[in-house]
Design a protein around this ligand. Sequence first.
Ligand code: ARG
Length: 458
Amino acid sequence: MAQLWGGRFTKETDKLVYNFNASISFDQKFFRQDIEGSMAHVKMLAKQSILSENEKNQILLGLESILIDVENGKLTITDEYEDIHSFVEANLIDRVGDVGKKLHTGRSRNDQVALDMKLYTRHEIIEIKGLLKNLLDSILKIMEQNIDTYMPGFTHLQKAQPITLAHHMGAYFEMFKRDRQRLEDIYNRMNYCPLGSGALAGTTYPLDRDYTAQLLDFNGPTLNSMDSVADRDYIIELLSALSTIMMHLSRFSEEIILWNSNEYHFVEIDDAYSTGSSIMPQKKNPDIAELVRGKTGRVYGALMSILTTMKGIPLAYNKDMQEDKELTFDAIDTVKGCVTLFTGMLSTLKFNKDIMKTSAMKGFTNATDAADYLVNHGVPFRDAHGIIGKLVLYCIEKDKALDELSLDELKSINPVFEQDIFEAISLETCVNKRITIGAPGPDAMKEVIQIYKEYLHF
Ligand code: ARG
């Protein structure tokens, strides 16, 4: 049991207490960031003449060697230490002797852990942004190839109006684009350095907090030492953004599961991304999409958990906050896994374009356009709505689509119909006439695709 404290204690910590309190099993995840933060701290201490140049160099060499040895597996992080901070400090003292004991000058584990967690999440935000970019790239590719791929658009899961696959994919492009922007916002808001805040009240050493912040690539130091050690807002914001990413992935998964069903048959999931059944030989299951949908709950759970943990904590640091780590790490790893797998599944998905088109032609997705035709010929919209409603009923009886009726049949319901109705309600016209920005018409779509390309290559 290696601890950084004990002077004022007369008894050993109970083993169960020690284990309950220890965080090494999970905070070893940011050993790199812990060492990186210590290096910046030591450089600043030397700049302020709190450590000599020689002491600084010895400590830096020691820290560097620990980093290398952990990375190449020569040094293992074991649970004989309470946390990653104790592990690094104890190993430093082992390697460089008494000078290593000066590392913690003007620092507390409270501002240290606040820094480590910020450095770690900041790095992961960049990683996740990169993975989202890959996802957006593959969505954009599908869009570019499917400007003319017709499919039904749904409301209430009922066929509503015809759209294109490019248009449908574009909706997800917007969602994941916002997700990336959210991550950028969080990064900018959190990017202030808490180191130098001490346990809660700063220190009496003449630290140069601007310099430390600069060394670690922060926008500046945090401005209140109590808040610095007690703030976990950025974790809550991050988990909220991750939950939103999962919500989007889950909706997309749900659609792929539906589209992959025997009934829809809009898509075919690649063999590499589906699984079989142990009993039913015919099955090819969309397990990846289902797992992504399922894991969404787990990420929401992390958000709820940290919100609840934080709600009753008085200022400043309290040990409750150690609970931020496991759930944040798990949520980050879950999201990274899901985005990666989902991108692979999406980019290998096969679209059954003919089936999608046929589906768009059935189900009266052109009924609104038929009503608009009547409006263009002087019929008030409410009347037109009623006339087309009757037509639909007639078609259901005859098991026909609107454009499969003869002109005579149409005229028997309303004399306003002329030969040009067929052109007006063809699938192509229904889509191509929707030309305002944001609509599925090909010109509008091309314009949007161009904007997306610039966004991704910026
Ligand atoms: N393991 C602790 C955490 O994750 C580090 C800070 C410890 N500070 C303290 N006063 N015990 O929050």
